[in-house]
Design a protein around this ligand. Sequence first.
Ligand code: ATP
Ligand code: MG
Length: 137
Amino acid sequence: MEEIWINSAEEMVSFGETFTKRLSEGTCVAIVGNLGAGKTHFTKGVCQGLGNADSSSPTFTLVNEVMTESLTVYHFDFYRIKHIEELYDLGWDDYLDKGGVVIAEWADLYPELFPAGTIWLKIEHHEDRRRVLIKVV
Ligand SMILES: Nc1ncnc2c1ncn2[C@@H]1O[C@H](COP(=O)(O)OP(=O)(O)OP(=O)(O)O)[C@@H](O)[C@H]1O
Ligand SMILES: [Mg+2]
């Protein structure tokens, strides 16, 4: 388990940018953290780090596909998903096989979806600081 402290929203984006060195085709990143923890900021940083200049976090329903210069990012948010079947119907297993990077916010709602080797990020609030715990499961 690794632990990293993040002191601002900008730093969370930079953390996402440098995190890209850990990503390759098929990597899954499962993010856990409360409302406003910084999950979307992190994901924005990942997309920027992979070469997507325009990764302003748009609102999306279930999955946002972000094309970058290298890997495509499939950004899921499970917050509004009421049944796991919605994700299977959407083609979750196919997304895992597309050769991009799958990133999911609120991953702890459906932890059984993630394959072995998934990078789990747990983000904890400490006022304006965030403590990020990283482990591969
Ligand atoms: N150290 C920090 N790291 C990340 N975000 C921070 C930090 N300090 C303050 N913030 C603020 O916290 C908020 C994080 O928002 P963000 O949308 O990334 O969270 P989220 O985890 O995706 O929330 P949600 O569960 O609603 O999707 C932003 O308003 C950001 O400015
Ligand atoms: Mg979010």
